[in-house]
Design a binder for this molecule. Structure first.
Ligand SMILES: O=C([O-])CC(=O)C(=O)O
Ligand SMILES: [Mg+2]
Length: 219
């Protein structure tokens, strides 16, 4: 940790599995909407979780953190557990009064190879987070800073945007929002997304083929 604080009140799961990068790569190339459709349109975060940085593309394994509302001690501690390719997933209990992540946490994320964050709460320093190339999704922005007292839990299942996320699940985000792929369903979803994109493309071609020539609609 880069801050000095006692962390006895923060529990840490002993271990969890992460999906291998070779296995998840196709999910990073697919639209989040198609990934959600491959999951029967379930496990998609609600639209209150919005993108606040210039970079939208997000894909990686969840590093889950449950915090006390308005307190980010457990996030600081969680980043000691981060592996490259992780995505920080924080249940901030929908609290919009305190920013749980900002530019300094962002710099630690960059050091750890964490590509982005999904926060069911607020964030700040969004310009700096954008300049770092991080994809950060949250419910709100506020300049109000967080407290750092705990308690918290790292690596336990969390609720974010109305969806339960387990540590090691795969998150896929783009300009539309964020979808959760349960780790045990990664293979099935990877197999399904290509077909969804092809069916959409075939339908789009039929729609475009039926479009009247501009001259036919002009008066
Ligand atoms: O004060 C905090 O912990 C949140 C923040 O703004 C930062 O990480 O820069
Ligand atoms: Mg800050």
């Amino acid at each position: 940790m880069f801050i000095v604080a006692a962390t006895d009140s923060v529990s840490i799961a002993p271990r969890w599995e992460r999906a291998a990068e070779e296995e998840t790569r196709p999910l990073g190339e697919a639209p989040a909407a198609d990934v959600g459709d491959a999951l029967q349109r379930m496990t998609v975060l609600d639209g209150g979780i919005r993108l606040f940085t210039g970079r939208a593309a997000l894909m990686g394994n969840a590093l889950t953190v449950d915090v006390r509302s308005g307190d980010n001690l457990a996030i600081h501690r969680a980043l000691d557990e981060a592996r490259p390719g992780d995505v920080l997933v924080v249940n901030g209990h929908g609290d919009l009064t305190r920013a749980l992540i900002g530019g300094l946490i962002g710099e630690i994320m960059v050091n750890a190879g964490v590509a982005g964050a999904v926060v069911d709460g607020a964030v700040r320093d969004v310009q700096a987070l954008t300049e770092m190339g991080l994809a950060v999704y949250a419910r709100a922005i506020t300049p109000a800073g967080p407290f750092k007292h705990g308690p918290g839990a790292i690596g336990a299942p969390v609720a974010v945007g109305g969806v339960v996320v387990a540590a090691g699940d795969v998150l896929v985000g783009d300009a539309d929002g964020v979808v959760v792929v349960p780790r045990e369903r990664v293979r099935e979803v990877v197999a399904a997304v290509g077909g969804i994109a092809e069916r959409e493309e075939a339908l789009r071609r039929r729609i475009l083929a039926a479009r009247p020539e501009p001259a036919a609609t002009a008066r």
